[in-house]
Design a protein around this ligand. Sequence first.
Ligand code: HEC
Ligand code: HEC
Length: 363
Amino acid sequence: MNSVKYFVTIISIFLLFSCKPDPADTGDLTHIAYSPATYTLDVPSHFPVMNIPADNPMTKEGINLGRHLFYDPILSGDSTMSCASCHLPELSFTDGNAFSKGIDGINGTRSSMSLINIGFVKSGLFWDGRVKTLEEQALLPVEDPIEMHHKWPELIGQLKDHPEYPVMFRQAFGIKNKNEITKELAAKALAQFERTIISKDSKFDLVQQGKALFTDLELIGYGMYFDNDPDLPQSECGHCHNIPLATSDAFFNNGLTSAATLDDFPDIGRGKVSGSKADNGKFRAPTLRNIKYTAPYMHDGRFKTLDEVIAHYNSGGKDSPNADPLLHPLKLDPFYIKALKAFIDTFTDTLVYKNPDLQNPFK
Ligand code: HEC
Ligand code: HEC
């Protein structure tokens, strides 16, 4: 019994000393090697080139740090929520909800977005394109009161006192002292990780590379998607969700809301960013890659299934002054709807979410 007490005392003394910041610890990190390894993205030849900011080159160490930060609930005010809470790999980096809830249980007003092929987006991030770069975007969820509701200065303090992060920041960015950890470096690492979330192994991609063939039904859907066969009904999808990324990366009003005037949209979307009324009710056309996993659909998650989405387009959408002219009743019968869905399903890529390099590093 005594020996147990003795042992407990020793452990307590040990813990007491090990938990207190060591006054001799100057935060110096220069004894740790800084030799970042350049990382080359694996982008197939039928893809566009990804623009990578000159001041944030991709390195293995930067991506590794970003991946840890992405999955670490330390980023939220009560340490319960990480980026991945709303961007789950198995749901193509969305959260399966119409509106995302933050740590205080408050619902946001828009649906979480897929992060696959996010590095290729040029027109601006978010449904309304209000943010230019991933580096800028990554700063926002942490302090957003309806998302992670934390404070960057506090979070930086936690990262400095963390047993592993100072070393990872040293290895990624060459900081000499842990006091040099900043939110901008954290955001750079997150952006590097996000640029590696590339979906490129769908059946559609294999066909592009001559490694697979569409079935007859998929071929009919293909012709409808791109309106390139006069014998098939048109669907217009490919104008706004064009290949290879299954998005034109541009803003449209796709007829979700009936509005008598341009002031009648409940969420004006792009109009708030551009300041032009003509953009009210427009949102960025998202990618249809892995659309199978990103329900519910649209910026407000109004459609639960792809069938509801197609029924919407098939009806020609709702009227408003700037509804896109490509919207008109498509008159697709069940066979052609099936064919269109079969083609869209060729955008499904299960390898991206099973990719071990994109998984939670803490598991
Ligand atoms: C509470 C849920 C939630 C959390 C936590 C969250 N996000 Fe999001 N994310 C969203 C929602 C909702 C949107 C769309 C918001 C909008 O358009 O206004 C979004 C959009 C994005 C986009 C833009 C995608 C695009 O296609 O334009 C990126 C990038 C992103 N989030 C990255 C992150 C990162 C990095 C973190 C962690 C630092 C994070 N998110 C944490 C819910 C969340
Ligand atoms: C005029 C351009 C345009 C056309 C044509 C178009 N879309 Fe869209 N699509 C958009 C826009 C813009 C959004 C986002 C709207 C929003 O959320 O407010 C969208 C959203 C979607 C979504 C939801 C994506 C998500 O992640 O929530 C799906 C699915 C979709 N479209 C499929 C299709 C299909 C199938 C067709 C053809 C039948 C089609 N679209 C035709 C512009 C278009």
